[in-house]
Design a protein around this ligand. Structure first.
Ligand SMILES: [Zn+2]
Length: 596
């Protein structure tokens, strides 16, 4: 702590080496990377990174890694990249720097300069204010491509009075771990506690000097979530865990030993239900996505974003358990009962017909990409997966006469796959078969995962003594007047400014008029469309039975399309208890209803 108030605080975090992947001869000692991240209190436009490489290879590459879900492409914000002479470098690709280093050691420095601020800040992206921010992970640190498992050490140089909360582990780390650990810095509020002997921390970066919500309730509720998840899996996949909470940010992102979550104090003060279901969701991902990894995700990759057909499981099962964890712990839920929750999911399943007709593996593969690959359909891997997992849970309960549920499937998969090879559909089928000791799982996976058949929910709900009704009725407003078909949205392709259309149903009046997802909007009824707001205003002015002309560009062709605005139908779902249910069905329903 400097007496002059300008000495940076240096926090040295020693990360010991993981297993080595490149055999080193006795005459060439292993390289070791020493990272320093420096934040200047007077400059919140970015920060600097220094990498000192001991025993540097004569030729090596440093790369900015690509995230599986959010490809933020922070290589765009690397400036002033330099290597100390006599070494030299070339930028081999957008995200890769190749270095020739004739000496024993190499010194690399660069700056991360933030892009212009967006209307709202995503919690996983770096930022700085006068009192704190978020730094670190793959948005900041390059990795040694030739040897990502090499030893890493990190020093943080922060303004006086600032603290750092991070999952970067002082007992050992490799590039995959260092690049997966964001660092919350600043004037933090921190709570530390152990659950089942494992240390956990909650760190909160407020936007104002005072906190006006019940912090005791927040910590107690997070502890309930930790206990509930541990009860499911029977152990933690980490040695230390950090909840990094940011005021005035949106969204959340899971990591192997931490999570960043944007949390508004007003939402905590009012105990908004989605606050805790989001924390439960991201925390469950620590197991199901980060340590039980869907094939074919790899640890580090600097090329195009990797895609997986297995997110129906990684996301869908996590959706199911976010709801279950909140119910098991008595935390607020978005839907009052499990039947209400299922009714809401099924309404979306039949509303966005892509959920019914598209293979879950295909929806998963494109779920982190922009619209287009699903054509004029829209579908959600989270939704498909949650419904598939709900049916599989019922399958296990029915086959074991209520003695087992899907918790045991997750425990089995965790035991066999955590931090080992990635998991695929065959592995999941095999785990379900083991737990249910039945043959039904094979038919289930064949029908819904391999063939992509539409799910018939009646027999699954029937196992719980529930009757399922699905009807399509005209969409109307509160006064019963038919609503115009507005099943169309706008979007903008990355690095482009043109407003494009997206369709959610090939039976909509827009699709019937010959429009397709990806068409570039030029005008509606002669009025030019320059922005998404222009499109939203045009859509809001439509009435049923309007005839409009939509001018779109597809490739080099500009063409008018006559759209007759019709009405549309919407699903009405009812799930009721069968008065003639058997004692077994009633028993299974009671357990299921209570989220046991
Ligand atoms: Zn998720």
């Amino acid at each position: 702590m400097g007496r002059h108030g300008i000495m940076p605080l240096t926090i040295a975090l020693l990360l010991s080496a993981g297993p080595r992947t490149i055999a080193q001869s006795a005459s060439s000692p292993s390289p070791a990377l020493h990272y320093t991240l420096h934040v200047d209190h007077a400059d919140t436009s970015g920060y600097s990174v220094t990498i000192h490489i001991d025993h540097a290879p004569h030729h090596f590459r440093l790369a900015m890694a690509t995230h599986h879900e959010y490809d933020d492409r922070y290589w765009r914000f690397v400036t002033e990249f330099q290597v100390q002479a006599p070494a030299s470098f070339t930028r081999e690709d957008s995200a890769v720097w190749a270095i020739n280093s004739p000496g024993e050691d190499a010194l690399v420095t660069y700056q991360i300069r933030f892009p212009p601020p967006a209307p709202f800040h995503f919690s996983h992206r770096p930022f700085l204010t006068g009192h704190g921010g978020l730094v670190g992970d793959l948005h900041s640190f390059m990795y040694l491509v030739e040897d990502p498992q090499t030893v890493c050490r990190l020093a943080l140089q922060l303004p006086v009075g600032w603290q750092a909360a991070t999952a970067v582990d002082t007992t050992g780390s490799t590039a995959p771990q260092l690049l997966d650990a964001p660092i919350l810095i600043g004037r933090l509020h921190r709570w530390q506690f152990a659950v089942a002997g494992t240390p956990h921390e909650v760190a909160y970066l407020p936007a104002t000097a005072t906190i006006d919500f019940d912090t005791t309730a927040l910590i107690s509720n997070i502890q309930k979530i930790i206990h509930a998840a541990n009860n499911i899996f029977g152990g933690f996949p980490y040695h230390h865990y950090s909840f990094l909470l940011e005021d005035k940010s949106a969204g959340a992102l899971e990591h192997g030993s931490s999570v960043t979550i944007g949390i508004q104090p007003s939402d905590l003060a009012s105990a908004k239900p989605d606050v805790y279901s989001q924390i439960a969701h991201e925390f469950f991902h620590t197991w199901n996505l980060m340590h039980i990894r869907p094939a074919p995700y790899t640890d580090l990759n600097y090329g195009p974003q990797q895609q997986s057909p297995g997110l129906w499981f990684s996301e869908g099962v996590t959706m199911l358990y976010a709801d279950l964890i909140c119910r098991r712990t008595g935390l607020p839920t978005e839907d009052s009962t499990r039947i209400a929750h299922l009714t809401s999911l099924l309404t979306r399943y039949y509303r966005d017909t892509g959920n019914m007709v598209l293979l879950p593996g295909k929806v998963s593969l494109v779920s982190n990409l922009q619209p287009g690959p699903l054509g004029d359909y829209s579908a959600s891997t989270h939704l498909q997966g949650e419904l598939l997992a709900t049916c599989l849970d019922i399958l296990v309960r029915d086959a074991t006469d209520g003695r087992r549920n899907f918790d045991e499937v997750m425990r089995d998969i965790y035991r066999r796959f955590s931090d080992k090879q990635p998991v695929n559909d065959n592995d999941i089928e095999s785990a379900v078969t083991t737990v249910c000791a039945c043959t039904e799982a094979h038919t289930f996976f064949e029908n819904y995962l391999s063939k992509g058949k539409q799910i018939d929910f009646a027999p699954w709900l029937g196992k719980l003594g529930l009757q399922f009704h699905h009807d399509q009725q005209p969409a109307t407003d509160r006064q019963g007047r038919p609503l115009p078909d507005t099943r169309i949205y706008s979007w903008i392709l990355r690095d482009d400014t043109s407003v494009r259309i997206g369709l959610t149903n090939p039976g909509s009046c827009w699709a019937l008029a010959g429009l397709h997802t990806g068409d570039i909007l030029a005008s509606i009824n002669g009025r030019p469309i320059h922005t998404r707001q222009d499109f939203q205003a045009a859509l809001a002015s439509l009435s049923i039975r309007d005839d409009i002309i939509v001018n779109v560009k597809r490739g080099a062709e500009m063409a008018p399309h006559n759209v007759h605005i019709g009405g549309y139908t919407t699903p009405v779902i009812a799930i009721t208890e069968d008065p003639a249910a058997s004692p077994k069905q009633r028993r299974l329903f009671e357990q299921w209803r209570q989220s046991k």
